[in-house]
Design a protein around this ligand. Structure first.
Ligand SMILES: [Zn+2]
Length: 263
């Protein structure tokens, strides 16, 4: 009994030691808890004691808004800028791991969430809460994650417009960016996106499939890179390493909507 009590006390002591442990961390698996602890190492209070958010890039003073392509929303995989800034985009929405939200909050990282309507059925409150923090945005990633070029323009419009209308009613903000599932689009996608009020089709130049950044070109980050990852239960571990890498390479994370404002 004594030993068991000691173990329980240790567990409770750990919980007390973690700020804000109560509601959000109590349901985490051991791996997730470890991620939260590790995330505290990321918290750069020593660099910026007033905010503790040195990985967040300031809003740019000047942006060159990408022009339409033949009158249609442009397809982008990175942002044209000289700022040492990259962007974090997180897709789909099948996970609502509180450890991810904790890391984003503690490190002050803006994220653009490209959410699939069918993926967030159980997780709407989680994403709405995240989206209410400064710098966070919810954008459109279709109703059911189809390969868009396989669909007619009308069917593509249904995928994009249905999600935009739903998200507008849900969050109060109509999406103005669309990420085609698998990064696959055709002319009809651009026309459908325009009809649904989308200003930009946003792909990516770097991905985070697991613990390391994977570059489409070269072997390091470039100004304006857009990083793709997914809302998955193991995201905290991967995010922790990726954010360290971003910092090590001298970059900060910007809010994509600052560089791609609604038109
Ligand atoms: Zn996706």
């Amino acid at each position: 009994m004594g030993r068991r009590y000691q173990a329980l006390a240790l567990a409770l002591g750990l919980c007390v030691g973690l700020t804000g442990c109560g509601a959000s961390v109590s349901g985490l698996s051991p791996v997730d808890t470890e991620a939260v602890i590790a995330a505290q190492d990321l918290s750069p209070e020593h660099e910026n004691p007033s905010t503790g958010k040195s990985l967040r890039s300031n809003a740019p003073t000047h942006v060159q808004v990408p022009a339409r392509q033949n009158g249609l929303p442009p397809i982008l995989s990175s942002i044209r800028t000289n700022d040492k800034v990259v962007f974090l985009t997180v897709d789909d929405g099948y996970s609502s791991n509180p450890a991810t939200a904790t890391i984003l909050e503690r490190v002050g990282v803006p994220v653009t969430s490209f959410l699939t309507q069918a993926a967030i059925t159980e997780n709407r409150e989680y994403f709405r809460t995240i989206s209410e923090s400064d710098g966070q945005a919810i954008q459109n990633h279709s109703v059911s994650h189809p390969h868009m070029p396989a669909l007619s323009q009308a069917a593509q419009e249904a995928q994009i417009c249905t999600t935009s209308k739903d998200f507008k009613e849900w969050t109060g903000t109509r999406p103005w960016m669309f990420r085609p599932p698998y990064g696959a689009s055709n002319d009809a996608t651009q026309r459908a996106a325009k009809a649904c009020g989308i200003d930009y089709l946003v792909n990516w130049s770097v991905s985070l499939p697991a613990g390391h950044l994977r570059y489409q070109k070269g072997d390091k980050l470039k100004p304006g890179d857009i990083i793709l990852t997914h809302w998955r239960d193991d995201l905290p571990r991967h995010l922790k390493r990726a954010l360290r890498d971003v910092r090590r390479q001298g970059f900060k994370i910007g809010a994509l909507q600052d560089y791609l404002p609604a038109k």
